[in-house]
Ligand binder design. Structure first.
Ligand code: ADQ
Length: 482
C-alpha cells in the first residue's frame, strides 16, 4: 500500500469531534481528542483541506463556532470542522439511549443490558438526518465521504438519497453480532438498510463481515455475493470487508524513546526491581464490555491458586470514567472501586497491596512509558471490536520483556496470535494463563513480542486508513465518470 496516497477530497463524519472547546471557569480551553482515528485522519484532512462533521459536544463549542463552523487546527487552520449542535433531548435519545443503551450492548451481545424505545429511534433518525443535511450542503460534487460507527448507522442511506453523486465509506468500530442476536433490535432492518447506503462498508474482523452479510440475507432477504462480499443493487454495489484497525507504532516507539519518558520508565523499572515486584497493567474506558470486574475476580483466583506471587506483583489498573450520564456506567465505576479495595484488604501484608486503582485518564506519553515498563498487561474484554490497548502495549515493548494476556473474544486476538489468550469468564483459565505467561522464559517472550511487533509494523493505522480511503476514492472517480 502506497503510504503517500492522498484522496482528491474528503469529508469525515463522526460522532466525536477532533477538536473540542471546553469552558473552564471564564475561559475556553481547547482539547484535542487524542484517539487513533483522529490522529490518522486529521493529517489527511489538513493536506487535502477537507471537512469534518461531528457533534459539537464541548461546553465552549458554540462560543468558538457560533454558526457551527470552526477552522482547525486552531493554531494553523487547514480544514473546516462543522459542528452539529444537539438539544439535551437529542443527546439523550440519540446518544445516551439509542446508541449507548441499545446498539452498543446489543452489538457486544449483552442482551440483558439492551434497551430500545421507539421514541429514541425517532430521535436517532432525526440526528442522523441532521448530520446528513450538513454533509450534503458541504460535500463537493462527486466527493468522498468517510462516516463512522454505530452512532450514524442511518447516515449512509440518508446522504445517498440527498446526494446520489457522492461516494460513501462507513466503518463500524464495534463487533457485529450474529443475526439471532441482532434481530432483537426492533429496527434491525432499518439499521442494515441504512448502512447499505454506503459503497464500502468496513468491519474489524472477517467474523463481523460474515455476521453482517447474514443480517442482509436473513433480515432483508437481499441476495449476497459471498465470493466477492458484495450486495448488488440495480445501479450500484456495496462492498463489505474487514479492515482491522491499528495503531501508529512508529509514533509510539518515538514517544517511549524520548528522553523524559525514558528516564521515567527507567526509574519505574529500577523501583520495581529493587522491591522485587513485577509490574502488571490494564488500561480501559470504564465500560462493562471491558471485563474489569471479571479481571478482578480472576486476579483474586490467581493470588489464591499461586500464593507464591503474593507480595511479588503490583497491578496498576487505569480506568477512565466514561458515559457517566448513564446510570449503569456510574454503578460499574463504584463496583470496580469497591472490589479493588476488597482485594487489597484481603491480600495486603507487610505494606504490600496487589492493586493500584487509578480512576482517570493518563496522557499518552506516560501511558506508553508504563506499557514499556510493565512486565505484563491484561486485556480482558468480554467482547471488543478490536482493542487498541493490546496493540499499543506491544508497540511500546521496545525491550521485548513483557507478556500480553489477551481475551480470546477481543477482535485483536485474531491478529495477535502470540499473546496468551484466555476466556474472560473462566477465572481459573485466566489465572492459569497468567501464571504460565509469567513463567515463560525471557527468550520466548522476546520472540513472541517481536513477531507481534512485526505484524503491527506491517498493519498500521495508516495502512488501515489508506486502504479504505483509496478504495473510496476509486468509487468517487467511477461516479464522476458516469
Ligand atoms: P474503545 O472501546 O474506546 O474503542 P480501545 O480500542 O481500547 O477501546 O481504545 C481506547 C483508547 O483510549 C486507547 O487508545 C487507549 O490507550 C485510550 N485509553 C483508554 N483508557 C485510557 C486511560 N485511562 N487513560 C488514557 N488513555 C486511555 C472502540 C471499540 C474498539 C476499537 C476502537 C477503534 O470499542 O474495539 O478498537 O473503537 O476502532
Amino acid at each position: 500500500m502506497d503510504s503517500s496516497y492522498q484522496p482528491r477530497s474528503l469529508v469525515v463524519v463522526t460522532n466525536r469531534e477532533p477538536y473540542v472547546d471546553e469552558k473552564i471557569a471564564n475561559s475556553i480551553r481547547r482539547l484535542e481528542t487524542a484517539g487513533g482515528v483522529v490522529s490518522a485522519l486529521d493529517p489527511v484532512l489538513q493536506q487535502v483541506h477537507g471537512a469534518w462533521v461531528a457533534w459539537g459536544s464541548g461546553s465552549g463549542d458554540r462560543d468558538t463556532a457560533p454558526h457551527g463552523v470552526r477552522m482547525v487546527p486552531p493554531q494553523a487552520p487547514q480544514y473546516t470542522l462543522h459542528r452539529i449542535f444537539l438539544s439535551p433531548e437529542e443527546v439523550n435519545g440519540y446518544y445516551n439511549h439509542y446508541a449507548n443503551q441499545g446498539l452498543w450492548p446489543l452489538s457486544h451481545m449483552l442482551i440483558e443490558r439492551t434497551k430500545f424505545a421507539r421514541e429514541d429511534f425517532q430521535t436517532y433518525r432525526t440526528v442522523n438526518r441532521k448530520f446528513a443535511r450538513r454533509t450534503a450542503q458541504i460535500a463537493p460534487q462527486n466527493g468522498a465521504i468517510f462516516s463512522h460507527d454505530y452512532h450514524l448507522a442511518l447516515f449512509p442511506r440518508i446522504i445517498r438519497e440527498m446526494r446520489p453523486d457522492v461516494a460513501v465509506a462507513h466503518f463500524w468500530h464495534i463487533p457485529w453480532p450474529p443475526f439471532t442476536i441482532f434481530r432483537l433490535c426492533p429496527q434491525h432492518q432499518e439499521i442494515v438498510r441504512g448502512l447499505l447506503g454506503a459503497d464500502i462498508l468496513g468491519f474489524q474482523t472477517p467474523q463481523d463481515v460474515d455476521n453482517f452479510l447474514t443480517a442482509v440475507e436473513r433480515g432483508l432477504k437481499y441476495p449476497v455475493d459471498r465470493e466477492t462480499h458484495t450486495v448488488k443493487f440495480p445501479n450500484r454495489e456495496v462492498t463489505v470487508r474487514d479492515y482491522p484497525i491499528s495503531v501508529d507504532i512508529t509514533a509510539i516507539e518515538k514517544m517511549v524513546e524520548g528522553p523524559r519518558i525514558r528516564r521515567w520508565t527507567r526509574a519505574l523499572r529500577h523501583k520495581a526491581e529493587s522491591q522485587q515486584v513485577m509490574l502488571g497493567i490494564s488500561v480501559d474506558r470504564g465500560d462493562y464490555t471491558k471485563g474489569i470486574l471479571q479481571r478482578l475476580t480472576a486476579l483474586e483466583e490467581f493470588f489464591e491458586r499461586y500464593p507464591e506471587y503474593q507480595e511479588r506483583i503490583v497491578f496498576l489498573q487505569i480506568v477512565v470514567p466514561t458515559r457517566t450520564a448513564v446510570r449503569e456506567y456510574r454503578l460499574l465505576h463504584q463496583k470496580v472501586t469497591e472490589e479493588s479495595a476488597r482485594l487489597n484488604r484481603k491480600f495486603s501484608r507487610n505494606g504490600w497491596q496487589p492493586i493500584i486503582h487509578v480512576p482517570r485518564s493518563l496522557d499518552r506519553p506516560r501511558l506508553m512509558g508504563l506499557f514499556r515498563a510493565a512486565d505484563f498487561a491484561i486485556v480482558s474484554s468480554l467482547f471488543d471490536g478490536m482493542n487498541l490497548v493490546a496493540k499499543e502495549f506491544i508497540s511500546a515493548q521496545l525491550d521485548n520483556r513483557g507478556v500480553l494476556l489477551l481475551s480470546e473474544t477481543a477482535g485483536a486476538a485474531a491478529e495477535l496470535e502470540e499473546a496468551f489468550h484466555f476466556n474472560p469468564l473462566d477465572a481459573g483459565n485466566f489465572a492459569d494463563q497468567l501464571a504460565r505467561a509469567l513463567q515463560t522464559p525471557l527468550n520466548e517472550r522476546a520472540q513472541r513480542i517481536q513477531m507481534m511487533r512485526q505484524h503491527i509494523h506491517h498493519h498500521t493505522i495508516y495502512d488501515w486508513m489508506h486502504q479504505i480511503v483509496e478504495a473510496l476514492d476509486q468509487v468517487a472517480q467511477s461516479y464522476a465518470s458516469r
